[in-house]
Design a protein around this ligand. Structure first.
Ligand SMILES: [Zn+2]
Length: 461
């Protein structure tokens, strides 16, 4: 008979004893162990009559007993829980079989790094439990639930989690974990046939990046008027990738360009010394700071009256119209055309509710016929380009809801649609120097990414 077979018989015997004891719980622990030794000696004697198991091997048998007991009597379960309404950290654990006190102890430990009350619906919590039946090792009286927690992992956002598990001293400790994310640089380009966003989506550009792209150009391009079939876009943007290769979140747009017929607008991201992030053309001119041509939420608004000479709709005489009228539903949002300070915000005769913003020593903008001003808009208040300043209405001398928009340059009202100058700050000095380095780097990347698609030649308008 081989040794392997002898061991197999011994294990089988121990297993059967364990099972017996599970039923016959009245056998005292010590007796159980003696019985195993006794039985083993018999088996051993039968197989090899010359040797009687020595007393010293009791320890070996005991550890064999423990091993078999452990393997046959406990079960490791990985429970994946998506937090739903009404779940609490404690209720999840007690549902898995822990006592309230056991759950509360874990709660207190976890709270040192993460407040379990911050669990949100939809978050994932993984609890690995070891479930033992209650006839465990005889030396320990059974007082616990028989369920112990090996590990709790709460994923608060992609790539970020809190982990609670036992340390080497068998004490629970909690820690925060964060994946080292890798930045990946992506590019996409395409020709527009329908809308810009559908063209970008077709090239697998994530929706958040599409929205940001549109936002970058929102103040230099009128999407409903300027973008046409056959126009092109190019984009270089970052993604943050987890060690497992998942896109955890979208990063920044480094380069964005629109080719509008023959006109190409190419913009580069730059964070200046004071932390302001903006997009500039190759020369360091802030494109976003160009005064908006249509400073309102309703981008489909049509021009109901252009700048210049016209017959006045109410007074019927020929006079010059000093702004552009955009017909839009009452209540549509009106934005500040550029960064600046509110100079006037009051009812102003034929203008109705009227706001005037001073952008710099050269430029101001004015807005008429408003239904109402936005909260907090009054003289002296600083506003950012794109900030809501009021709502489209028909106050003053007006025939229907529209925005009357004026651009005033050096005290003279000019056509908002033809202004070219930037009304914001352009890069200079150290910032400009650093910006040029970044532009050179992006151009390098551009050559590699778009070289095949186009005989790469960067141009800016
Ligand atoms: Zn008007």
């Amino acid at each position: 008979m081989t040794l392997g077979y002898a061991v197999a018989v011994a294990v089988a015997l121990v297993l059967s004893l364990v099972n017996n004891n599970a039923v016959n719980a009245s056998v005292a622990p010590r007796e159980r162990l003696d019985y195993i030794i006794f039985e083993n000696n018999i088996v051993n004697n039968l197989q090899n009559p010359e040797s009687v198991y020595p007393e010293s091997s009791i320890e070996n048998i005991k550890s064999l007993f423990e091993m078999v007991n452990y393997n046959s009597q406990s079960k490791t379960i990985e429970n994946e829980i998506i937090i739903s309404k009404g779940d609490t950290f404690i209720s999840i654990l007690t549902n898995l079989g822990l006592t309230y006190n056991e759950a509360h102890e874990l709660y207190t430990t976890l709270k040192k790094v993460y407040n379990p009350q911050n669990l949100r619906i939809g978050q994932k919590m993984t609890v690995t439990t070891v479930n033992r039946t209650k006839i465990d090792l005889p030396e320990e009286p059974v007082t616990d639930s028989g369920v112990s927690v090996e590990n709790i992992t709460i994923e608060t956002k992609p790539g970020e989690r809190y982990v609670l598990e036992k340390n080497e001293q068998e004490q629970y400790v909690a820690r925060a974990e964060k994946d080292e994310l890798v930045t990946e640089v992506n590019s996409a380009s395409g020709t527009i046939s329908g809308t810009l966003s559908s063209a970008m989506t077709a090239q697998n550009v994530p929706s958040r990046i599409v929205a940001e792209f549109i936002n970058i150009f929102n103040f230099s391009v009128d999407f409903s008027r300027d973008v046409r079939k056959g126009d092109k876009f190019e984009i270089i943007y970052e993604n943050y990738i987890s060690p497992s290769g998942e896109v955890v979140r979208n990063g920044n747009i480094l380069y964005a360009s629109l080719q509008l017929r023959k006109d190409k607008i190419a913009l580069y991201r730059f964070k200046d010394k004071s932390g302001n992030v903006d997009y500039y053309n190759e020369k360091g001119l802030a494109m976003k700071k160009t005064l908006s041509k249509k400073p309102m939420s309703y981008q489909r608004a049509r021009i109901s009256s252009p700048f210049g000479r016209r017959r006045h709709p109410i007074l019927r005489d020929i006079r010059i119209h000093w702004g552009v009228d955009y017909a839009a539903p009452a209540g549509s949002l009106i934005y500040a055309g550029g960064d600046g300070v509110v100079q006037v915000a009051k009812y102003n005769g034929g203008y109705g509710n009227y706001i005037k913003i001073r952008h710099n020593s050269e430029y101001s903008t004015a807005y008429g016929h408003m239904k109402a001003f936005a909260k907090g808009i009054r003289p002296g208040v600083r506003v950012k380009q794109g900030q809501v300043i009021g709502y489209v209405g028909s106050t003053g001398r007006s025939t229907g809801p529209h925005l009357h928009y004026e651009v005033i340059r050096n005290g003279r009202r000019v056509n908002p649609l033809t202004i070219k100058a930037a009304a914001g700050e352009n890069l200079k000095g150290k910032n400009l120097k650093e910006f040029k380095i970044i532009v050179a780097k992006i151009k390098d990347a551009y050559q590699q990414m778009f070289a095949q698609a186009q005989p790469a030649k960067m141009s800016n308008r």
